[in-house]
Design a protein around this ligand. Structure first.
Ligand SMILES: Nc1ncnc2c1ncn2[C@@H]1O[C@H](COP(=O)(O)OP(=O)(O)O)[C@@H](O)[C@H]1O
Ligand SMILES: Nc1ccn([C@@H]2O[C@H](COP(=O)(O)O)[C@@H](O)[C@H]2O)c(=O)n1
Length: 202
């Protein structure tokens, strides 16, 4: 199994890049794990308390479960990947039965902050987009897709997102084997990654 980690700040285009990579590859050979599925289970907190969580700090992620699931997949067995709701700020009761594939892509803002997970990656990719570009994309996306309003996105950006990005996420760029500039759609970089994957699959 080839495990590829794709990190980068919110709105840099990780999910978009992953979809572009996956769309051109045989369905049965590639699987995706999203770090967002592994936000801590905080069902014991009220909705109000959940809105105050710092979701950009490594502490917000259940890395133990993510590592366990990656190990199970590596051993050739399926996992039940949790499903996360950005509207409820919590895991839902659903899971996605995820089978091991020749290529597993793990994407998320904080995945390269954890040394054990970093070690599991055969290829580490960091997607870069400037912070103003990321903020604009995040605003549009969170308002249309994640049930947020302008004030919510901006206050989260100022209070937690920006400082956590600078402290934890941006520094993981140094671990990357490949940095994809993504201020504009970067089809050349995506093609290169796809070629690398196809070589490994051959
Ligand atoms: N290169 C790009 N140029 C313009 N918009 C983009 C680009 N890449 C992604 N987007 C858009 O920005 C938003 C955030 O992208 P997404 O892939 O969800 O980022 P991430 O997963 O890193 O948070 C989405 O609405 C997506 O369509
Ligand atoms: N309940 C939550 C959980 C996370 N977030 C934000 O999501 C961002 C990570 O997801 P991307 O798809 O953008 O990489 C992260 O910056 C968290 O602030 C949230 O808003 N609400």
């Amino acid at each position: 199994m080839l495990i590829i980690g794709i990190a980068g700040g919110t709105g840099c285009g990780k999910t978009t890049v992953v979809n572009q990579i996956v769309n051109e590859l045989p369905f049965e050979e590639v699987g995706v794990i999203s770090q967002d599925s592994y936000y801590n289970d905080i069902s014991h907190l009220t909705y109000e308390e959940r809105t105050n969580i710092n979701f950009d700090h490594p502490r917000a992620i259940d890395f133990d479960l993510l590592i366990e699931h990656l190990q199970i997949l590596k051993q050739g067995n399926p996992i039940d990947q949790p499903v996360y709701s950005f509207v409820k700020h919590n895991r839902t009761k659903d899971t996605i039965h995820t089978f091991p594939r020749k290529v597993m892509i793990v994407e998320g803002i904080l995945i390269m902050t954890n040394p054990k997970i970093r070690e599991m990656f055969d290829i580490k990719i960091y997607v870069h987009a400037d912070s103003d570009e990321r903020l604009i994309r995040r605003l549009k996306r969170d308002i249309t897709e994640r049930g947020r309003d302008l004030d919510e996105v901006l206050s989260r950006y100022q209070n937690t997102l920006k400082p956590m990005h600078n402290q934890f996420i941006e520094p993981t760029k140094e671990f990357a084997d490949i940095i994809i500039p993504n201020n504009k759609y970067n089809t050349v970089a995506v093609d290169i990654v796809r070629t690398i994957i196809n070589e490994k699959l051959a």
